[in-house]
Design a protein around this ligand. Structure first.
Ligand SMILES: [Zn+2]
Length: 65
């Protein structure tokens, strides 16, 4: 299904977030990646096999000046 070159990583790959986004729904806070992963803005994920991945990326650190 993926027509990108190089091909997007499959949803089973630890690299899955590197897939190209093919749809954005910013008002709802998620995007759909080429490998059918739903990626939420808090870094949670819903995989096409129904698994849910908890948010796993620490919030961006703001350094005091
Ligand atoms: Zn792709």
């Amino acid at each position: 299904m993926c027509q990108h070159s190089p091909q997007c990583p499959p949803f089973t790959s630890p690299d899955r977030e590197a897939a190209h986004p093919i749809a954005f729904f910013p008002q709802q806070g998620w995007s759909l990646l080429c490998n059918e992963v739903l990626l939420f803005e808090d870094t949670g994920e819903l995989l096409p096999d129904g698994r849910i991945v908890d948010p796993h990326r620490a919030p961006a650190i703001t350094f005091a000046a």
